[in-house]
Design a binder for this molecule. Structure first.
Ligand code: UDP
Ligand code: MG
Length: 317
């Protein structure tokens, strides 16, 4: 039996906007056309725009459209997080408010998510309409992610995505993590697939980012990968380093102790400084590991989070 539009339940379309006054009205229109017949809500998160974005969203005057107004400019990640927290839908759909994504792609993404049971359906921007300043950082990020994890997606940066609600609500976006939503979801165990989507050049308003994000991207990836591998066992990382330095340092110091006992002068030798330093570094690494371990346990237990996540439980009837 073919899927009916109502079978999806409520859809939440989440759009962070910062100074997109000329985009919000035509974008809403396009979404309404694309989602005609579906049960949906559109959630705009105004990230403290300084133009008429808010006024224009309010003027749409449609009960399906909600506007969340943030108190200051928190950036795209937190704007998305606010929208995801507010969303009530079964499926959560994210897209940019700059009309570069095309809402007419949503229905086939939804269908794929439901019929093939994917947790995330993410877009691949065919023929990306951006210049090198925009595409270079994402090329670097793609490369690093591919090398460091087994996640191999053609386009990590496409904002148009369909999530099932559990995965979206579990993303925990901070800082500028919106660039790595696929990676975060993947590390949380999401099953991700990609489909080609349309992509348009920006017509109104300006892009909010420049080349400066390249370095941030690298730092963020290192952090995410540390968390993936060691969040639940930091002592394995810090402890290994600690042990390494401590053992070598101790060996050096013992050696110096022996030749000192044998009557040689060891004062002022570079090796002595190295030996003492390595013992201290070793102890430091160990202490960091122990503190990180305590923090990790606090992180889980204070929020009553479980260190594992269950996808589904199957019961026979
Ligand atoms: N955005 C936001 N807060 C910010 C910066 C951007 O909510 O501080 C929104 C912006 O309005 C747009 C989306 O995030 O809807 C993506 O921004 P942009 O198109 O500038 O990024 P790009 O596509 O150039 O990477
Ligand atoms: Mg854009």
């Amino acid at each position: 039996m073919p899927l009916k539009k109502q079978d999806y339940g409520l859809l939440s379309v989440i759009i962070p906007v910062y100074n997109e006054e000329d985009n919000v009205i035509p974008l809403t229109k396009k979404i309404e056309e694309s989602l005609d017949g579906y049960d949906y809500e559109i959630i705009y998160i105004d990230d403290f725009s300084t133009d008429d974005t808010r006024k224009n969203i309010i003027s749409i005057n449609n009960p399906k459209v909600a506007l969340i107004e943030l108190r200051k400019n928190y950036g795209q990640s937190l704007a998305l997080a606010a929208g995801i927290d507010y969303a009530k839908g079964n499926y959560i759909i994210t897209l940019d408010g700059d009309m570069q994504n095309d809402p007419s792609d949503i229905p086939h993404m939804l269908e794929k998510a439901k019929t093939e049971d994917w947790d995330v359906v993410t877009g691949i921007r065919a023929k990306r309409k951006d210049n090198i300043v925009r595409t270079l950082p994402s090329k670097i990020a793609n490369f690093l992610i591919r090398k460091a994890t087994r996640l191999d997606l053609k386009d990590q940066g496409c904002a148009l995505k369909v999530f099932n609600k559990e995965i979206a609500k579990d993303l925990n976006l901070y800082g500028e993590m919106h660039r790595f939503i696929n990676l975060l979801a993947y590390l949380n165990g999401a099953r991700i697939t990609q489909v080609p989507v349309k992509h348009h050049a920006r017509q109104f308003g300006k892009s909010k980012y420049g080349l400066g994000r390249t370095i941030k991207v690298i730092n963020d990836i290192v952090l995410i990968i540390f968390q993936r591998k060691y969040l639940q066992r930091p002592i394995h990382l810090f402890g290994n380093f600690g042990l390494f330095f401590f053992v070598i340092g101790t060996a050096i110091n013992l050696y110096l102790l022996i030749i000192k006992i044998l009557g040689e002068d060891i004062w002022g030798r570079p090796l002595l400084i190295l030996g003492v330093l390595m013992v201290f570094i070793g102890i430091q690494f160990f202490s960091v590991g122990i503190i990180a371990d305590l923090l990790m346990k606090t992180y889980y237990e204070s929020q009553k989070k479980r260190p594992y996540a269950i996808r589904k439980v199957h019961l026979s009837e």
